[in-house]
Design a protein around this ligand. Structure first.
Ligand code: ATP
Ligand code: MG
Length: 741
């Protein structure tokens, strides 16, 4: 065989690729293919582990590795250890820099990632999960090693993402839902409680309001008739020869009203305490109702309302409590009258349906708003309880009726408007038919006499409408005399009170109005010397009237006396606060009223006197005592007129017409007002001011009489001289001489 050395140049290449090299002792063959098919490929190892760029060593403080990384099969990392770097090497040292690597991260992606000869890989922020890192290496020839190195990497979730954390979340969420549920349950309970408390408070307040409403109505209801009774009685006592019959009638009527009111109240309290019992009598209820209706018809003739009685049955013998049926029907019918205007209709019908009798009372009146339909049966409830309402009443009637009907086992309902109608109200009363004892049935029809009490007719005197449409003749008194007797405007809606008050005021001229609105119109038209007004009146109450009078410059000088049943101190203050000159509670004393009137008119007169003195030209002596009055400030209105005249002094055309226009009044209004305050006509007033000014000028010696005449608005100097002389008794020349003397 060939020796230790080769001979240079001795070689050959065989066609099959083999090569032979010769040496001293022979040759060697060599197949290069064998060399190229180098099959060995090295194993790879993970050599280094870095977490957050810090190398991890076994048993260091991170506690990640127990053994060296080469020996480790799996590692656990928490969520903060989120930058993970692995370095590796393969055990092929032929040409280490030609070794290649690739890896796979199971759990994140299945694809192999080629790293070429890069021997490290870094993962950043791997989501919490379980991964398997698989690494494969190749030799320098690119042959991949069959053996794959594996490392299990567990990234633990942060505590708030662990299963027990989720469990806690669910628990908390459930607790929250439950708590919310409980809370809202409690809240609604609380709300209910609050609502209940509020309702309670509202109810108490309502009750309170109702109570004070009642007191107010009550005093009105009591005081008005009392005023008349006491006043009339005294008048008859003072003058027994006067119109006694009329007076006594008024007393009886009003006494009756009071009695009814008290009876109603007593009945209500009796009913309340259960002490009311039924007093059944037998009789023809249709006949009984007819009598009640007829008695209303005769009372109501002067309020043009047509009352239609339409029973569907002619007679019906039953046993019923006459007194209570009468009370109920009287109240319902009198309500119908109260709330139905003139020329309206009231229909009363009776029907028998099975074992019930139905009585319907239907009117064409104002109706009841649907919100109030149920409440009208409440005690003291009135749809309109303002002081301007048209009707009197306490609101007891229907409450009492309802209770009475209940006692009789019947029903009472209201409908407004009635079925098929456009307006009005219908009350429907049903009562059970209680059969009468047989003995009455057995009597022949002719012997069926209605019980005596039914023939007696109702004892209740309807009171609300007796004067409607009636006017009294005192209105004429205004025209009776145009003399100096003071003119008084009386505003009052209750006819009896009106009559009585008028009868107290026989010494004066009178005009009357039936409500505040009318009162105000009359006041501006006639400019009376005094207004006497009630408070509770329809349309406009007395307070408003007083206020309007005091704010209107045509009437603001007119004194107002308020006469009212509202005698409480606050009402009085209210009245005086808006400028009333006096406030008298009803029932008033005739003398007190007259004295009040006299005082107020006297004060007016003394003011008139004061103005006349101020302007008076001849009586110089008295003019000096004028100083006694000097503290009285000049009336604003008079001051205004005086200034207007002085401004236009030289204008001889200035007349009453112009003056009136300046102050926005009519000629006659200006006349009445000026006269009421100063007792002078506008013409006289203008003349006096001109002459007064002339007197002033006369004391200046330099001015000629003619010039003064022109300056003071007299076109004709000789007329001026004549006038001057007739007013002062001296000619202008003489006056000047006397003054300068
Ligand atoms: P009282 O009957 O005690 O003198 P009143 O008539 O005012 O006073 P109720 O009879 O109880 O009291 O009536 C209560 C309220 O119902 C009345 O104030 C009125 O507002 C209303 N009312 C009753 N009847 C009618 C009706 N026919 N038309 C319109 N409103 C009515
Ligand atoms: Mg009534």
């Amino acid at each position: 065989l060939q020796d230790e050395e080769f001979k240079s140049g001795v070689f050959v290449k065989f066609p099959d690729g083999r090569m032979a090299f010769g040496g001293i002792n022979g040759l060697n063959t060599f197949d290069p293919k064998e060399v190229l098919d180098f099959n060995y490929s090295p194993e790879t190892f993970i050599t280094k582990l870095l977490v957050n760029n810090i190398q991890i060593l076994p048993n260091d403080e991170s506690k990640i590795l127990v053994h060296s990384i080469e020996m480790t099969k799996s590692i656990n990392l928490n969520h903060l250890q989120d930058i993970l770097t692995l370095e590796f090497a393969s055990l092929d040292f032929n040409a280490p820099n030609k070794n290649k690597y690739r890896y796979q991260l199971r759990g994140a992606q299945e694809k192999w990632v080629e790293l070429n000869n890069n021997n490290s890989v870094t993962f950043v922020k791997l989501p919490a999960d379980k991964y398997i890192f698989r690494l494969q290496g190749s030799n320098s020839q690119g042959i991949w090693n069959e053996k794959i190195t594996e490392l299990e990497i567990n990234i633990l979730p942060p505590w708030w993402k662990t299963w027990w954390a989720y469990l806690t979340y669910i628990f908390i969420a459930l607790t929250g839902v439950w708590a919310y549920f409980q809370f809202s349950l409690n809240r609604s309970k609380l709300q209910q409680e609050l609502a209940f408390e509020k309702r309670e408070a509202d109810r108490v307040r309502d009750l309170d309001l109702q109570k004070s409403q009642l007191y107010m109505n009550m005093t009105h209801e009591f005081r008005t008739p009392l005023t008349i009774i006491l006043g009339m009685a005294q008048q008859i006592g003072d003058n027994p020869k006067g119109n006694v019959k009329e007076g006594v009638n008024m007393i009886v009527r009003n006494g009756q009203n009071l009695l009814n009111l008290i009876n109603k109240m007593l009945n209500l309290s009796k009913l309340e305490s259960g002490k009311m019992i039924l007093d059944m009598e037998e009789g023809d209820i249709v006949h009984f109702i007819r009598i009640i209706v007829e008695s209303f018809r005769s009372y109501a003739s002067n309020k043009e309302i047509l009352l239609h009685f339409l029973p569907e049955i002619d007679e019906l013998y039953i046993s019923f409590d006459k007194d209570k049926v009468e009370q109920v029907l009287s109240n319902i019918i009198s309500n119908a009258y109260k709330f139905t205007p003139q020329k309206g209709h009231i229909y009363i019908s009776i029907k028998k349906i099975e074992d019930e009798i139905t009585i319907s009372i239907k009117d064409t009146g104002r109706g009841i708003p649907s919100d109030d339909l149920e409440r009208v049966f409440d005690r003291f409830y009135q749809v309109d309880n303002s002081t301007t309402r048209h009707y009197e009443g306490t609101g007891i009637g229907l409450a009492l009726s309802k209770e009475l009907v209940k006692l009789m086992n019947g029903t009472l309902t209201a409908q407004s408007p009635p079925v098929g109608a456009r307006l009005g109200t219908e009350f429907i009363l049903t009562l059970p038919i209680l059969e009468v004892a047989n003995n009455l049935e057995k009597l022949g029809p002719n012997q069926k006499t209605p019980p005596v009490s039914a023939l007696d007719g109702p004892t209740i005197t309807p009171k609300y409408y007796e004067h409607q449409g009636e006017t009294i003749d005192i209105e004429n008194r205004e025209h009776a005399s145009e003399d100096n007797t003071p003119l008084i405007l009386l505003v009052e809606d209750n006819m009896d009170v009106l009559k009585y008050t008028a009868s107290c005021l026989t010494d004066y001229r009178l005009i009357v109005a039936y409500n505040g609105q009318e009162g105000f119109e009359q006041a501006t038209e006639f400019i009376p010397d005094l207004i006497i007004s009630d408070v509770m009146m329809p349309i406009m109450d007395g307070f408003e009237l007083c206020q309007k009078v005091k704010l209107d410059q045509r009437t603001n000088h007119i004194p107002v006396i308020i006469l009212t049943a509202r005698a409480d101190f606050e009402s009085k203050l209210e009245g005086l606060g808006i400028g009333a000159n006096a406030y008298l509670p009803k029932p008033f004393e005739r003398k007190e009223l007259l004295l009040n009137i006299k005082n107020i008119l006297d004060l007016r007169n003394s003011l008139k006197h004061y103005y006349q003195l101020k302007l008076n030209l001849n009586d110089t002596k008295e003019a000096k005592t004028e100083s006694a009055h000097e503290t009285v400030p000049e009336d604003e209105f008079v001051l205004k007129i005086r200034e207007l005249i002085e401004l236009n002094l030289s204008n001889s055309d200035l007349n009453v017409e112009m003056l009136a226009k300046f102050v926005f009044l009519s000629h006659s209004q200006l006349g009445r007002k000026l006269d009421a305050i100063t007792g002078l006509s506008p013409n006289k007033f203008i003349r006096y001011i001109r002459l007064n000014k002339a007197k002033e000028y006369l004391s200046n010696e330099e001015l000629s009489i003619t010039a003064i005449a022109f300056d003071c608005g007299f076109n004709d100097p000789s007329y001026f001289s004549r006038l001057f002389k007739s007013e002062t008794g001296l000619s202008p020349m003489e006056w000047r001489e006397q003054k300068s003397a």
